[in-house]
Design a protein around this ligand. Structure first.
Ligand code: FMN
Length: 202
């Protein structure tokens, strides 16, 4: 598949067939993910591939529990139905045959460390941008191989619980969950703003 075709055809998939994803295809997607650029080639990413249904159910429960907790907070008063509406978009990942959990670790550059120590922390976050690049590569590889996927940061509301359940070291923080499988839906492509709205030439 041509690169532009993969980019233009890709859309978020939230319903999956149960058919397992062969390990060879998972490896191909991950090998493509790690070809992404990263700040100073720090490669601040780690991927944990989860196929275990019991573990996925536990991850989902952690997200549901967190959503339920948030609903009880004073700050959520009057917003309960909106919080509830998010639930569907935060929890469907356990229906996919495989979920790739993406973790990042901070690797601040010398300059960033000096600037932060001087009270001028930079707004950009190199590790998170690098992980984002890897995730987009992964999504495009999934598309090229005929799979559907969804980049999900919603579940990171339960990041501490998920990091514990997956069992990664303390230096790793949860960046996203990527459920992957053969698509069981064919959604309309979501619109984008016009180029003229988002691009300026100077
Ligand atoms: C950083 C990021 C986080 C996202 N988190 C979620 C999520 O938690 N749940 C979800 O259903 N979709 C999530 N999405 C998918 C977006 O909703 C989707 O990309 C957007 O609506 C455009 O649709 P498309 O991907 O089909 O083009 C996320 C996408 C990005 C890039």
């Amino acid at each position: 598949m041509d690169l532009f075709e993969a980019i233009n055809n890709r859309c978020s998939i939230r319903k999956f067939e149960g058919t397992p994803v062969p390990r060879e295809d998972i490896e191909k997607m991950l090998a493509t993910a790690i070809r992404a650029p990263s700040g100073a080639n720090s490669q601040p990413w780690r991927f944990v591939v989860i196929e275990n249904k019991a573990l996925l159910a536990n991850l989902r429960k952690a997200v549901e529990d967190k959503l339920a907790e948030i609903t009880t907070w004073d700050e959520a008063k009057g917003l309960e139905s909106k919080v509830e509406a998010y639930a569907r978009y935060f929890t469907f990942f356990d229906q996919a045959p495989v979920v790739i959990t993406v973790f990042g670790c901070e690797a601040p550059s010398v300059i960033s460390s000096i600037m932060a120590a001087h009270g001028q922390p930079r707004k950009i976050n190199s590790a998170k941008q690098s992980c984002g690049a890897a995730i987009q590569n992964l999504l495009l590889a999934a598309e090229a191989l005929g799979y559907g996927a969804c980049w999900m940061t919603g579940p990171t509301i339960a990041d501490k619980a998920i990091e514990k359940l997956v069992g990664v070291g303390e230096e790793w923080f949860l960046v996203a969950l990527i459920p992957i499988g053969k698509p069981k839906e064919n959604p309309h492509s979501r619109s984008r703003k016009e180029l003229s709205e988002v691009v300026e030439y100077r």
